[in-house]
Design a protein around this ligand. Structure first.
Ligand code: GP9
Length: 396
């Protein structure tokens, strides 16, 4: 097993649940635009501050999209890079550090490899070396990486890690117009990043008054991100680049750590329980195909499942691919999410911080109820590590 993608690994990780559904191929041949929503947790959707929606645009968009409301953040120490890694490869992050940094030379069969007829470009307003992206994108097979050096950045349009999202999207359009169709682009947003800084002039949401200033600021930068996406959609419509595109928007990881979570409990008027902490770790996933009716899907899944779901909509059969991704649109989807630390959640049980509890009530139960789930999580993580550490996909 050390030197090849042996039968047992293959059996376990092939993407079997790609049986055709009514959604299969609904976006076939369309361009694909991924937008990573930096630090966006699902609780901001349909939440208000002083009577004003935090995410008015995403709230509207989700009504015309496949909106996955029960999707968990599975990123680990590699944060944004882990989220990208899962979406591209359907493998789990490593238990320490970032795969982008630790294993950039592996063979991964990432999305650019599978979408061979697509021109693939990543847009990001930070330096090329952050999370070792430049090297990793080469390895994943991206054709182009438009980064900080390609944008006009000045005192007015820069904050925190780099260019502000509104300017980022505005300046990306001319590059996008040069792409050959079909194209796949990935926009990695930046402004909604800890410590959630924003100039007064860019703040359009009233400041919430929870006892956590970090949470209060977070909501204003989430609103800014929401506005920047509205502006991107508007520009693409004006340029005639909207109609033939599937948009995939997803939160990359949590923004509010446990340390500041009291502010979220106050905002949402929720109790401080293991269950509320866990449900707060959900990130939004919206897949918007112009002209397609919207639907909210509450199938339990994780970021690792985004890949298979997108490939299904693009009409790609995935059963010969090796990954841990499961199509969220398939009726028989296994509702199981493994977190990197070995914790897991299913519709029935939640295992977190050494405690087994019922998912719907957070009532602790006998540990035996979580035995099978813990073994399953351990097995998946072990096999994924095995693939990454042995660079086993080079044999596929
Ligand atoms: C940095 C950006 C944020 O370029 O992607 O990374 P994070 O700190 O969220 O992982």
């Amino acid at each position: 097993a050390d030197e090849s993608a042996d039968g047992s690994v293959e059996e376990f990780v092939s993407e079997k649940d790609s049986l055709k559904t009514e959604w299969f191929g609904r976006a076939e041949g369309k361009n694909v635009v991924f937008i990573t929503l930096e630090s966006v947790q699902n609780f901001v959707i349909d939440t208000e501050v002083k009577g004003e929606p935090v995410t008015p645009f995403l709230n509207e968009l989700k009504d015309d999209s496949l909106y996955f409301s029960n999707l968990y953040d599975q990123a680990s120490q590699g944060k944004s890079s882990d989220a990208e890694f899962m979406v591209d490869t359907g493998l789990y992050p490593l238990d320490g550090g970032s795969v982008f940094v630790r294993r950039p030379h592996n063979t991964f069969n990432g999305l650019p490899e599978l979408l061979k007829d697509y021109q693939t470009t990543v847009f990001h307003g930070n330096v090329r070396t952050f999370w070792n992206r430049e090297q990793m994108y080469d390895s994943l097979g991206y054709d182009q990486f438009i980064s900080k050096q390609d944008y006009e950045i000045n005192k007015e349009n820069q904050i925190n890690y780099g260019i502000e999202d509104k300017s980022f999207f505005r300046q990306s359009i001319p590059y996008m117009k040069q792409l050959n169709e079909p194209y796949m682009t990935k926009f990695i947003t930046l402004t909604n990043h800890f410590p959630f800084l924003l100039d007064e002039k860019d703040r359009s949401l009233p400041l919430a008054d929870t006892s956590e200033p970090v949470v209060n600021r977070y909501l204003t930068t989430v609103r800014y991100l929401d506005e920047s996406i509205r502006q991107l959609f508007q520009s693409l419509k004006e340029e005639g680049m909207y109609q033939d595109t599937m948009f995939v928007l997803f939160g990359d990881h949590y923004g509010i750590s446990k340390e500041y979570e009291d502010g979220v409990h106050e905002l949402l008027d929720q109790p401080d329980t293991a269950l509320s902490h866990t449900t707060n770790q959900r990130v939004p996933l919206l897949i918007h195909i112009p002209g397609m009716e919207g639907k909210t899907i509450d199938t339990l899944g994780g970021q690792i499942d985004i890949r298979s779901t997108v490939l299904h909509l693009l009409g790609k059969q995935t059963e010969n691919y090796m990954s841990f991704s499961h199509n969220l649109l398939a009726g028989e989807k296994e509702e199981f999410v493994a977190f990197r630390d070995g914790d897991f959640i299913t519709p029935s049980y939640l295992f977190q911080d050494g405690i087994c509890s019922k998912t719907d009530s957070s009532q602790p139960v006998n540990a035996s109820h979580c035995k099978e789930g813990r073994e399953k999580a351990r097995e998946k993580l072990k096999l994924s590590d095995h693939i990454i550490k042995g660079d086993l996909l080079r044999f596929k």
